[in-house]
Design a protein around this ligand. Sequence first.
Ligand code: PEP
Ligand code: MG
Length: 884
Amino acid sequence: MPYVYAFDHKHRRPPMEYKDLLGGKGANLAEMTSVLKLPVPGGFTISTDACRAYLAGGWPAGLDDEIAAQVAKLEDQMGRKLGDPDDPLLVSVRSGAKFSMPGMMDTVLNLGLNDKSVKGLAASTGDERFAYDSYRRFISMYGRIVLDIDGALFEHPFEEAKKSAGVSNDAELTASALKALCTEYKAVVKSATGKAFPQDPIKQLRGAVEAVFSSWNGARAIAYRVRERISHDLGTAVNVQAMVFGNRDDNSGTGVGFTRNAATGENKPYGDFLVNAQGEDVVAGIRNTEDLDALKKHFPAIHGELLDIFARLERHYQDMCDTEFTIEQGKLWMLQTRIGKRTGAAALRMAVDMTKGSGKGDKRWKISKAEALGRVTADHLDQVLHPQLTGDFTAIAKGLAASPGAAVGKVYFTADEAEAAAARGEDVILVRNETSPEDVHGMMVSKGILTSRGGLVSHAAVVARGWGTPAVVGAESVKISGKQFTAGNATVKEGDVISIDGSSGEVIVGAVELKNAEPPAEFNTILGWADQIRRGKLGVRANADTGEDATVARELGAEGIGLCRTEHMFLAPDRLPVVRKMILASTPDEENEALAELLDVQRADFTEVLSAMDGLPVTVRLLDPPLHEFLPSIEELHIKQATSGLSSEEQKLLAAAETWAEHNPMIGTRGVRLGVIKPKLYGMQVRALLEAAKNLRKQGKNPIVEVMIPLTVTREELALARGWVQEEIDRANKGVKNPPNVTIGTMIETPRAAVRADEIAEVSDFFSFGTNDLTQMTFGFSRDDVESRMMPAYLEQGLLKRNPFETIDQSGVGELVKLGAERGRATDKKLKLGVCGEHGGDPESIALFYEAGLDYVSCSPFRVPIARLAAAQAVVGASTSTTK
Ligand code: PEP
Ligand code: MG
């Protein structure tokens, strides 16, 4: 296999299918040249294979020869030679990975200029100033990007040159000033690198290619890949392309163009353009650009040609494209094109519009509804469902993007202070090291939540996501001390305003402007199509614990509740004292009294939830967390004991907290184990649930109840727990004609449960995979600790490709899900299967769950639309891959 391919190379399949090999940019250049026959300056692509070979073992044997052959071909094609002292060919060198990566090496332009060819350029263009301006740009660009020289070393002489010439505008520097600058720049290179600026264009080219290859492993690129979840193994391609000049004269220019409006989705081409300029001038924003109407005025014929090309591009790619173009002395050149990035609102509008058809006559084209679904991503939906930050800002810290959307508010460091400030009418951002059930009242009133510790399935993340409250968690650089925090050089005190972006994890000092969430009309159209496609194949439920959450979830399209975490009901400020009373009870009577009080409030809670989900299934999970979570912190009580002293009630709480404390509570007395030692508690919960259902039925409603036992590991455990539940059901159904069918199932949250799913299925009506705990237990990664401290290093070093708490670990935890599903269904063909870990709202994980044969996914209410879309995409993906 060759390492280098000319843009007009004849591939066996359309070049666009070779993005792995040619990178996105290279594949598009080849497609434009060889398929679309657009006016593209000639060039070639050095493949990602070459990059991977270079990174593994140095400059690949034979690559020099291949590049030399391609350069010779390009020279023939262009009728000019690299380094020619009379009329030189100049090239650009650009990186181009499979996925666009702004974190990588920038472009090197004007490569091929040296002390001799610059004279040739001056002669052939009759423009000495232009030639030396190009040369000085090349030396500084090459110096900065390829030779790693500090850019300030070039800036400084440039500013000096302008000062001594008495001019403020770059364009006013004369040819001789620029010539002198070139000499100075070469001296900068010599003193910074100890070597003269390379004069041999082939050596220049090799240097630039090596720099692109190496930039793959640069810190910026790695950070970008971690953020965008791009694999570190792909490598980048390098594109070498003949230069054309938009800055030759006033009959030249350059611009970027979109075939439709990328911000609004309107079906109208959009562009930015500059007369007599190079590409970087458009992007850098130094000069004010003009729009496509201005292009029409300056260059009417070219404007027509460009719009024609736009139409061809859209028809060919069947999508909105963005392009870069240059006009050189009246001739239009297309420098690159790709499928254009777009806002969420634009993505939805374009997807729907394109199903209606575009173009005229035999040039008409349209996409199918299934294709339209593929044009919308989870990020697009998040953008229209949650407020976003707008404008420019600089983040002082970055944590995990735990719950999407942006929020602005005053900082408070405790739940009590947050609550008091909210009561005064302030917008609050609660900032904590981490949150616990005790902070819920403060979290509830906050516009946003920021924690310095904890991961994507930590308390703060799960609770915030459930409520749709923006949250950034695990921002390690945020150091809280008393009533202030520092992050880098910034200090933020109580009451100061910050902004947080729960979609990117950024934290900003001050109030950044917010753009409201505005789902456009196309939002429901697209999700309606998604529902049609996935109906009967993969359901979508919500994790919701209150009537309010259930109502929101239903409005967002949930088809039931897959997880009602009853512990969240125990945490409300009026419940906590009763729960504590139950824990502290020293006699059966005291315990029964507390349970009776809880029965009343639980019944009321269940009534609300079941009523909001009337006619749809509601899976209620019996209490899961270790009891100490409902007790105050031992540390705080000790401090109080040492300072103001403890009341007798507090002394009892401290004793209980010490009794219930465990070294590893996550793998201690929780889940069904709690039921084993406190069976009356589970009995009370089931009774409350059944009574609520009965009352609703009396009102003519149709509650559908599923009781779920958490953290089961053996058949015997579940059989025992099932017995308690059944006892309550039998009691409730006594004398009832046509008693309702209440199913009893379990969560599969441990590797053992997945492996022994066959046995557990003997006593279970359904399984729900709890992939948060299953991930924790399979990796042995603490779900509350590893993400902020360890995970970044693991992702940067490629030890893990993804954060497994965000996207299911396909080959480990995912295999356990598949195994559990398979073994469970081997026992009971009809066993109902779902998932309720956070992965239930993650598109890639949803694809695996569909493949594993699950009946539904369940996720936090605000993720329901994403899950509906992703479920349909999984169904479409599966059906296309089976028809290939
Ligand atoms: C799980 O473990 O995946 C789960 C849904 O339960 P929780 O997050 O409440 O432990
Ligand atoms: Mg769990």
